[in-house]
Design a protein around this ligand. Structure first.
Ligand code: FES
Ligand SMILES: [Fe+2]
Length: 399
């Protein structure tokens, strides 16, 4: 073995003196008043699953805001700022009644629209109670998901529909979940501890599939994914799409179309490479600047109750840290970039073209909002409410 008891002679490139890491706040930070946060607040957000909206208040953190979700005893869903308008007690400890939620401290009662309906410590239930408004957000339920609009009221668009979710073929059902499985986690883990953009731009990164998911960690999906694809990216009306062309060993030719649309929608075909359109739509919902939660609406076989998973993928929460070193997946790759990656340290290469395009068009949309325009993909026309999903595995011989 070579001896290492002398210092290296070439000291170029040492870590000493490198610039401090910085993230691009314009593209990543989502709190109220931030450029990206204001952009995000022009869309409807999947907040939680409808089945979790009950008479027991639940905490929701989304876009850096702490909210309380509940269903009043008349069945109406409500999403309120968590701090009581009286003196700030957490409405998580409130009691749900037919008309709304009652704060535990002095009993002020708020409707799902934040109107104060009762102040039991005041004479006559509060002569001035109608002056009080608990901050609230408008909500809607669709596909078994509770959606909220958290932006300026006069710019509220229509809640979109996706064509593949509108028709449920025989033998299938619509399944909604907050599983982190497709971010490298699993069904037992909901919140992923890194910035939402690390996950969303990964959707436009087809070249990590043959490496991370096929050779580095063994075959996590299917062997055919190991064929290096020829990729073409293109801008769409509401985001970016790529087509990955592969000629498989058996001679079949596959176009795999994956799409990302604003603000963080992901349309990814099945990883088993079965012919046909993507089975669902996913959302990379920012919890805050350093956490996100995935939400999926996906068609699955009637007799199943979870997202389809590759049998080759090990259950993340059961792996030891040492196993994660040997078989890293998307979680290790993306959370491994840090809470918010340092953009100034990156070296984007030609294979990162999709990532570059995604960031460029995201930046344009954030600027559009700053300049007083509506960002791409928000829609006010009921005729255009259905979004056509083109993502899928398309074999040129028809599968
Ligand atoms: S703090 Fe909520 S009623 Fe007083
Ligand atoms: Fe991946």
């Amino acid at each position: 073995m070579q001896s290492h008891d002398a210092p290296p002679s070439d000291l170029t490139g040492v870590a000493y003196g490198r610039p401090a890491g910085r993230h691009d706040a314009f593209l990543t930070e989502v709190g109220p008043g931030t450029p990206c946060g204001e952009f995000m607040r022009r869309y409807w957000h999947p907040v939680t699953l409808s089945e979790r909206v009950t008479a027991t208040p639940a905490r929701i953190r989304i876009l850096g805001e702490d909210l309380i979700v509940f269903r009043d005893r008349s069945g109406r869903p409500g999403l309120l700022h968590n701090r009581c308008a009286h003196r700030g007690t957490d409405l998580f400890y409130g009691r749900v009644e037919p008309e709304g939620i009652r704060c535990c401290y002095h009993g002020w009662l708020f409707s799902v629209e934040g109107r104060c309906l009762d102040q039991p410590c005041e004479k006559g239930g509060g002569a001035n109670r109608e002056r009080i408004r608990q901050p609230w957000y408008p909500v809607q339920e669709r596909y078994g998901i509770l959606w909220a609009y958290m932006g300026p009221p006069e710019r509220m668009p229509l809640l979109p529909r996706w064509d593949i979710l509108e028709t449920i073929e025989p033998g299938l059902k619509l399944h909604v979940s907050h599983s982190s499985l497709y971010a490298g986690g699993d069904d037992d883990v909901e919140i992923v501890p890194c910035n939402w953009l690390q996950e969303w731009e990964n959707v436009m990164d087809p070249f990590h599939i043959p490496v991370l998911h096929t050779t580095f960690s063994g075959v996590q999906f299917v062997l055919e994914m190991g064929v290096m694809p020829e990729v073409e990216w293109e801008y769409t009306e509401d985001g970016i799409r790529y087509t990955a062309y592969r000629k498989l060993e058996d001679g079949r030719e596959l176009d795999r179309i994956t799409a990302a649309s604003f603000p963080y929608v992901r349309m990814v075909p099945n990883v088993q490479l079965r012919h046909g359109a993507a089975g669902g739509v996913g959302f990379v919902v920012p919890v805050d600047d350093t956490h996100f939660r995935l939400c999926f609406a996906m068609k699955i076989p009637e007799d199943q109750n979870a997202l389809p998973r590759s049998p080759n993928l090990r259950p993340w929460s059961k792996m030891t840290e040492e196993e994660r070193q040997r078989y890293p997946g998307d979680w290790e790759a993306q959370v491994g970039q840090g809470p918010i990656t340092f953009h100034n340290e990156e070296h984007l290469a030609t294979s990162d073209k999709g990532v570059g395009m995604l960031r460029r068009s995201l930046r344009q949309q954030i600027k559009a909002v700053q300049e007083g325009r509506d960002p791409a993909g928000v829609n006010f026309d009921p005729e255009k409410v259905i979004i056509r999903v083109e993502a899928g595995n398309w074999f040129r011989d028809g599968g």
